[in-house]
Design a protein around this ligand. Sequence first.
Ligand SMILES: [Zn+2]
Length: 200
Amino acid sequence: MNWFFKLSPCPICKTRASTQYGCCPSCQQSLFKPLRSTEVLALGPYDGKLELAIRHLKYHHITALARLFARELAKEITVQKWQADVVTAVPLHWQRYLKRGYNQSALVAKPLAKQLDLPYAQLLSRTEATRQQAKLSKLEREQNVATAFRAKVVTGKRILLLDDVFTTGATLRACQTSLLAAGAKEVRLVAIARAVQRFQ
Ligand SMILES: [Zn+2]
Protein backbone atom coordinates (compact mmCIF):
# COMPACT_ATOMS: atom_id res chain seq x y z
CA MET A 1 0.00 0.00 0.00
CA ASN A 2 1.17 3.49 -0.79
CA TRP A 3 2.30 5.33 2.37
CA PHE A 4 0.33 8.41 1.32
CA PHE A 5 -3.04 6.67 1.77
CA LYS A 6 -2.11 5.50 5.26
CA LEU A 7 -1.88 9.11 6.39
CA SER A 8 -5.42 10.15 5.46
CA PRO A 9 -8.30 9.05 7.72
CA CYS A 10 -11.22 7.05 6.32
CA PRO A 11 -13.90 9.62 5.26
CA ILE A 12 -16.68 7.27 6.43
CA CYS A 13 -15.72 6.20 9.99
CA LYS A 14 -13.03 8.89 10.49
CA THR A 15 -11.19 6.55 12.89
CA ARG A 16 -9.17 4.10 10.78
CA ALA A 17 -6.77 4.86 7.94
CA SER A 18 -7.99 5.09 4.37
CA THR A 19 -6.65 2.94 1.52
CA GLN A 20 -6.24 3.58 -2.18
CA TYR A 21 -9.94 2.71 -2.53
CA GLY A 22 -11.05 5.81 -0.67
CA CYS A 23 -12.02 4.32 2.71
CA CYS A 24 -10.70 1.83 5.31
CA PRO A 25 -10.91 -1.97 4.72
CA SER A 26 -13.53 -2.34 7.47
CA CYS A 27 -15.91 0.24 5.95
CA GLN A 28 -15.24 -1.20 2.50
CA GLN A 29 -16.36 -4.65 3.69
CA SER A 30 -19.64 -3.39 5.16
CA LEU A 31 -20.44 -0.84 2.44
CA PHE A 32 -22.28 -2.99 -0.09
CA LYS A 33 -25.49 -5.03 0.08
CA PRO A 34 -26.34 -5.42 -3.62
CA LEU A 35 -29.99 -5.02 -4.68
CA ARG A 36 -30.64 -6.99 -7.83
CA SER A 37 -34.11 -5.99 -9.00
CA THR A 38 -34.98 -6.40 -12.66
CA GLU A 39 -35.56 -2.67 -12.91
CA VAL A 40 -32.21 -1.44 -11.63
CA LEU A 41 -28.97 -2.88 -10.28
CA ALA A 42 -27.71 -1.06 -7.17
CA LEU A 43 -24.91 -1.69 -4.68
CA GLY A 44 -27.22 -1.21 -1.69
CA PRO A 45 -29.89 0.96 -0.08
CA TYR A 46 -29.19 4.69 0.08
CA ASP A 47 -28.59 4.94 3.81
CA GLY A 48 -25.85 4.56 6.42
CA LYS A 49 -22.28 4.22 5.21
CA LEU A 50 -23.17 3.94 1.52
CA GLU A 51 -25.09 7.23 1.62
CA LEU A 52 -22.15 8.87 3.38
CA ALA A 53 -19.71 7.48 0.81
CA ILE A 54 -21.85 8.78 -2.09
CA ARG A 55 -22.06 12.22 -0.46
CA HIS A 56 -18.27 12.25 -0.20
CA LEU A 57 -18.00 11.37 -3.87
CA LYS A 58 -20.57 14.01 -4.81
CA TYR A 59 -19.41 16.95 -2.73
CA HIS A 60 -15.75 16.20 -2.00
CA HIS A 61 -14.76 14.61 -5.30
CA ILE A 62 -13.06 11.51 -3.79
CA THR A 63 -12.19 9.72 -7.03
CA ALA A 64 -10.81 6.70 -5.13
CA LEU A 65 -14.40 6.02 -4.01
CA ALA A 66 -15.54 6.27 -7.64
CA ARG A 67 -13.06 3.51 -8.52
CA LEU A 68 -14.31 1.38 -5.62
CA PHE A 69 -17.95 1.76 -6.75
CA ALA A 70 -16.92 0.97 -10.34
CA ARG A 71 -15.13 -2.21 -9.26
CA GLU A 72 -18.14 -3.45 -7.25
CA LEU A 73 -20.60 -2.60 -10.05
CA ALA A 74 -18.42 -4.42 -12.58
CA LYS A 75 -18.51 -7.53 -10.34
CA GLU A 76 -22.31 -7.38 -10.10
CA ILE A 77 -22.78 -6.79 -13.84
CA THR A 78 -20.55 -9.80 -14.54
CA VAL A 79 -22.60 -11.93 -12.11
CA GLN A 80 -25.78 -10.83 -13.90
CA LYS A 81 -24.16 -11.74 -17.24
CA TRP A 82 -25.33 -8.44 -18.71
CA GLN A 83 -23.96 -7.87 -22.19
CA ALA A 84 -23.39 -4.30 -23.37
CA ASP A 85 -21.65 -2.31 -26.10
CA VAL A 86 -21.16 0.98 -24.29
CA VAL A 87 -21.38 2.61 -20.85
CA THR A 88 -22.89 6.05 -20.29
CA ALA A 89 -23.98 8.26 -17.39
CA VAL A 90 -26.88 10.56 -16.60
CA PRO A 91 -25.62 14.07 -17.42
CA LEU A 92 -25.68 17.09 -15.15
CA HIS A 93 -27.02 20.30 -16.60
CA TRP A 94 -24.08 22.50 -17.68
CA GLN A 95 -24.96 25.14 -15.07
CA ARG A 96 -24.68 22.59 -12.27
CA TYR A 97 -21.61 21.10 -13.94
CA LEU A 98 -19.91 24.52 -13.92
CA LYS A 99 -20.77 24.96 -10.25
CA ARG A 100 -19.52 21.53 -9.17
CA GLY A 101 -16.80 21.04 -11.79
CA TYR A 102 -17.52 17.36 -12.43
CA ASN A 103 -20.34 14.87 -12.94
CA GLN A 104 -20.25 12.31 -10.10
CA SER A 105 -22.04 9.66 -12.21
CA ALA A 106 -19.51 9.98 -15.03
CA LEU A 107 -16.72 9.70 -12.44
CA VAL A 108 -17.99 6.16 -11.73
CA ALA A 109 -19.15 5.26 -15.26
CA LYS A 110 -15.71 5.84 -16.81
CA PRO A 111 -13.75 3.40 -14.59
CA LEU A 112 -16.73 1.01 -14.80
CA ALA A 113 -16.39 0.96 -18.60
CA LYS A 114 -12.67 0.31 -18.21
CA GLN A 115 -13.31 -2.59 -15.80
CA LEU A 116 -15.77 -4.15 -18.26
CA ASP A 117 -13.48 -3.51 -21.22
CA LEU A 118 -16.14 -1.37 -22.89
CA PRO A 119 -16.03 2.18 -24.27
CA TYR A 120 -17.48 5.06 -22.26
CA ALA A 121 -19.43 7.69 -24.18
CA GLN A 122 -21.48 10.69 -23.11
CA LEU A 123 -24.63 9.84 -25.07
CA LEU A 124 -27.11 12.15 -23.34
CA SER A 125 -27.40 15.89 -22.84
CA ARG A 126 -29.82 17.97 -20.81
CA THR A 127 -32.16 20.08 -22.91
CA GLU A 128 -33.26 22.22 -19.98
CA ALA A 129 -32.23 22.92 -16.39
CA THR A 130 -34.62 20.87 -14.31
CA ARG A 131 -35.51 21.84 -10.76
CA GLN A 132 -33.56 19.86 -8.19
CA GLN A 133 -35.47 16.66 -7.57
CA ALA A 134 -34.89 16.44 -3.80
CA LYS A 135 -37.99 18.34 -2.64
CA LEU A 136 -40.43 17.11 -5.29
CA SER A 137 -43.12 14.41 -5.07
CA LYS A 138 -42.95 11.34 -7.31
CA LEU A 139 -45.40 12.80 -9.87
CA GLU A 140 -43.61 16.15 -9.89
CA ARG A 141 -40.32 14.33 -10.44
CA GLU A 142 -41.69 12.46 -13.47
CA GLN A 143 -43.00 15.71 -14.99
CA ASN A 144 -39.81 17.58 -14.12
CA VAL A 145 -37.55 15.27 -16.16
CA ALA A 146 -39.87 13.81 -18.83
CA THR A 147 -38.48 15.93 -21.68
CA ALA A 148 -35.21 17.00 -20.09
CA PHE A 149 -32.82 14.74 -22.06
CA ARG A 150 -31.64 14.37 -25.64
CA ALA A 151 -29.71 11.32 -26.85
CA LYS A 152 -27.19 10.82 -29.65
CA VAL A 153 -28.07 8.28 -32.35
CA VAL A 154 -27.30 4.84 -30.86
CA THR A 155 -28.86 2.43 -33.36
CA GLY A 156 -28.68 -1.19 -32.24
CA LYS A 157 -26.53 -0.47 -29.17
CA ARG A 158 -26.87 -2.24 -25.82
CA ILE A 159 -26.25 0.42 -23.21
CA LEU A 160 -25.40 0.42 -19.50
CA LEU A 161 -26.76 3.68 -18.06
CA LEU A 162 -25.51 4.84 -14.68
CA ASP A 163 -26.80 7.35 -12.14
CA ASP A 164 -25.53 7.83 -8.59
CA VAL A 165 -28.83 7.31 -6.73
CA PHE A 166 -32.04 5.67 -7.94
CA THR A 167 -34.74 7.53 -5.99
CA THR A 168 -38.09 7.24 -7.78
CA GLY A 169 -36.36 6.20 -11.00
CA ALA A 170 -37.83 9.20 -12.87
CA THR A 171 -34.45 10.46 -14.11
CA LEU A 172 -33.10 7.08 -15.18
CA ARG A 173 -36.37 6.17 -16.90
CA ALA A 174 -36.47 9.50 -18.79
CA CYS A 175 -32.88 8.88 -19.99
CA GLN A 176 -33.73 5.28 -20.91
CA THR A 177 -36.73 6.47 -22.96
CA SER A 178 -34.55 9.00 -24.84
CA LEU A 179 -31.92 6.35 -25.63
CA LEU A 180 -34.52 3.84 -26.84
CA ALA A 181 -36.10 6.56 -29.01
CA ALA A 182 -32.61 7.21 -30.44
CA GLY A 183 -32.36 3.58 -31.58
CA ALA A 184 -30.84 1.72 -28.60
CA LYS A 185 -31.54 -2.02 -28.61
CA GLU A 186 -31.42 -2.32 -24.81
CA VAL A 187 -30.78 0.05 -21.90
CA ARG A 188 -29.85 -1.47 -18.52
CA LEU A 189 -30.14 0.77 -15.46
CA VAL A 190 -27.35 0.85 -12.90
CA ALA A 191 -27.11 2.96 -9.72
CA ILE A 192 -24.65 3.12 -6.85
CA ALA A 193 -27.55 3.09 -4.37
CA ARG A 194 -31.31 2.86 -4.32
CA ALA A 195 -33.46 5.04 -2.05
CA VAL A 196 -35.34 3.01 0.55
CA GLN A 197 -38.02 5.54 1.52
CA ARG A 198 -41.39 5.53 -0.21
CA PHE A 199 -42.55 8.44 -2.34
CA GLN A 200 -46.21 9.40 -2.75
ZN1 LIG B 1 -13.75 3.47 7.76
